[in-house]
Design a protein around this ligand. Structure first.
Ligand SMILES: [Zn+2]
Length: 404
């Protein structure tokens, strides 16, 4: 048995989800791929929700196929963040580091807009290389406390540190917090974004459970991490990213920053919503099982009536949901995705070819199941031609539903 990622105490199983192939492992050929166990658990002591499987991170992140900056919904979220950063005093003197900077597209925007000095760090060789080619200085490595000492030696301290969608991805989140505290200026701000456990539980988003996602965070769990690492949350925003995320603004514990009323409000909301109650967590298991069956039944009913079904979205979420619900080539003809890194490849564990959405046509599709449902509006808008010719969309959450 493995202990809690945050407080190191015992964890308890919520649901065993069987075995799935790694959701980022797209292959050039149809292959029988290795599958890995996955289960959801919670900590008896601090209630942090987490998977218990710990894979070698190189398997997951060395060649990472998720690039930032593809969807237009993300751009809107980004614009609001830029406004907030301006208020928080970001300027040309600011020194900024982004942990898991991906292809550098976020810090590139900060560099262009505020003329700040930016550094990125990312373990994916392909993405770090791409960033460096575009003159965004990027270190190809994992960020942890030990490595933060090297960074401090070379760059001294930072005014802004970003960790967007990475805290949930690491085995030991304390390493990120301890490392960030080490290189954070005394008046600096550490900004953390994570999918919100509240949305995951309330909207039944179990497609978030895969090997890249070690933990499912609440404001409470981020607050626990801060307390363990000499920091505090002084502000928080709920953002419409990844199906509902929280963006936490963190400072050193000794900082004089005033704590926003929003922090207390969201902590209270989490408590009131009972997301740490044993019953609600145990109940999640039955919600997952019934949703998964409903989705499979809907698709197989359509298939039996001779309908042709394809999928939009080859994100990790989609690959997890397909495998949990046994949606494979017996039901689905194609998977469409804008990412050029995935087109022409086969989906992990389900072996369906990924194609460019330009090829979406009423000739060979009756129903398009949207697995990148967090950007469904954008997709429906983009595929107007398909729907005007009688094509229909299916959205999986909160309940599988056909929409016109
Ligand atoms: Zn714990």
């Amino acid at each position: 048995m493995i202990n809690c990622r945050i407080c190191n105490r015992k964890i308890k199983q919520i649901v065993n989800l069987g075995k799935i192939s790694l959701v980022g492992n797209f292959q050039k050929k149809r292959l029988k791929q290795k599958k890995y166990k996955i289960s959801l658990n919670y900590c008896i002591f601090c209630k942090h929700v987490q998977i218990s499987e710990r894979l070698n991170p190189d398997l997951l992140f060395k060649n990472y196929l998720w690039e930032t900056g593809v969807s237009s919904s993300n751009i809107k979220i980004l614009k609001n963040l830029l406004l907030k950063l301006k208020k928080l005093g970001i300027n040309k003197k600011s020194k900024i580091i982004e942990i898991a900077s991906n292809d550098g597209s976020f810090i590139k925007i900060l560099k262009n807009k505020f003329s700040s000095k930016v550094v990125g760090i990312d373990p994916a060789r392909n993405l770090a290389k791409k960033a460096n080619q575009q003159k965004i200085f990027t270190i190809n490595n994992y960020f942890n406390f030990n490595f933060s000492k090297k960074i401090k030696y070379k760059f001294s301290k930072f005014n802004f540190i970003f960790a967007r969608n990475v805290v949930a991805h690491v085995k030991n989140p304390n390493e990120i917090f301890k490392g960030a505290e080490n290189i954070l200026d005394d008046n600096g701000i550490f900004i953390v974004e994570v999918p919100h456990l509240l949305s995951i539980l309330n909207q039944n988003q179990y497609d978030n459970i895969f090997h890249e996602h070690n933990g499912f965070h609440s404001l409470k769990s981020i607050s626990d991490l801060c307390k363990l690492n000499k920091m505090k949350i002084f502000d928080v925003d709920i953002i419409n990213s990844q199906g509902g995320s929280i963006r936490c603004y963190i400072s050193k514990i000794k900082s004089k920053k005033i704590i926003s009323i929003k922090v207390k409000k969201i902590l209270n909301l989490e408590k009131k919503s009972k997301i740490f109650s044993n019953n609600k967590l145990k109940n999640f298991k039955y919600k997952i099982i019934s949703h998964s069956k409903n989705l499979y039944n809907l698709l197989s009913k359509l298939k039996k009536r001779g309908k042709k079904i394809s999928i939009y979205g080859a994100s990790g979420k989609g690959q997890a949901l397909m495998q949990f619900s046994k949606i494979d080539k017996n039901l689905i003809d194609y998977v469409f995705d804008k990412s050029k890194l995935k087109q022409g490849f086969f989906t992990p564990g389900t072996n369906i070819k990924v194609r460019d959405p330009k090829n979406i046509s009423r000739n060979d599709i009756d129903y398009l199941l949207i697995l990148s449902w967090n950007i469904k509006k954008e997709i429906i808008q983009q595929e107007k031609k398909f729907s005007s010719m009688g094509g229909k969309f299916i959205v999986p959450f909160p309940e599988p539903k056909i929409i016109n």
